[in-house]
Ligand binder design. Structure first.
Ligand code: IPE
Ligand code: IPE
Ligand code: MG
Length: 230
């Protein structure tokens, strides 16, 4: 299937889905409602990535720093994650979507680990769009783990580290999107973003639609990537 895709445009897009809290605050709603609406945006954007034929979409769902949030918010986020995977797993299976998790998800609660392991196993053979969810993910943690593994194998070179990153089986990152007007990476894909194109929007994540993704991809297509050459 991969060979049938048009070779133009972005292969791998990643998104820092930010602004759920501000979206809720603007409407005098609890933050959890913002996160719920954020899941709706995820669902539509994942569908769009699939119908657009993206090879990989990586979504920043929970960072290693997000543990600093109140326990109530952390458990609301974990509950939403669980419900999203449970609700959409059959759709992934039916539509050839391969689920991947990046980050230290094995240290999450046992019920989530079991659910994710099952979802990973059930979609492992799919070769359509890969949906990579970054969970308990921090890029510095990822690079440190990768460097330790590279060292254990004898060579700390950029290639050896890259081969040990959580994203090693994904295409190179082409486009990194962040919503909500913040212009920072917040410990997301620091290594992989070395030559990615960056796209920032003030749109808050729950308001982000496939049309915004399309706009980002159109901007991407018009950019000239030079990788240091000339
Ligand atoms: C993004 O929305 C969701 C996660 C970080 C999990 P936020 O919760 O960070 O929303 P803001 O930044 O407070 O608006
Ligand atoms: C980044 O958003 C993490 C996720 C989207 C999961 P944050 O809201 O946590 O980032 P900061 O704290 O504003 O940098
Ligand atoms: Mg935020």
């Amino acid at each position: 299937m991969t060979a049938e895709r048009a070779p133009v445009g972005a292969r791998h897009v990643a998104i820092i889905m930010d602004g759920n809290g501000r979206w809720a605050k603007k409407r005098h709603l609890p933050r959890a409602v913002g996160h719920q609406r954020g899941v709706e945006a995820v669902r539509e954007v994942v569908r769009a990535a699939r119908t657009m034929g993206l090879e990989a979409l990586t979504l920043y769902a929970f960072s290693t720093e997000n543990w600093r949030r109140p326990e109530e918010e952390v458990s609301a986020l974990m509950g939403l994650l669980k419900r999203y995977i449970m609700a959409d797993l059959e759709e992934f299976v039916a539509n050839n979507v391969r689920l991947r998790i990046i980050g230290n998800y094995k240290s999450l609660s046992a019920d989530i680990v079991t659910l994710l392991d099952d979802a990973l196993a059930r979609t492992a053979g799919n070769d359509g769009t890969t949906l990579a969810v970054a969970l308990n993910y921090g890029s510095q943690d990822e690079i440190a783990r990768a460097a330790a593994r590279a060292a254990a194998e004898g060579a700390i070179t950029p290639e050896a580290i890259a081969a040990q990153l959580d994203t090693a089986d994904l295409p190179p990152l082409d486009l990194l999107i962040r919503t909500s007007g913040e212009i920072r990476l917040s410990n997301f894909l620091l290594w992989q973003a070395a030559y990615a194109e960056l796209w920032f929007t003030d749109v808050l994540w729950p308001d982000f639609t496939p049309a915004h993704l399309q706009a980002a991809l159109e901007d991407f297509a018009a950019r000239e990537r030079r990788y240091g050459g000339r």
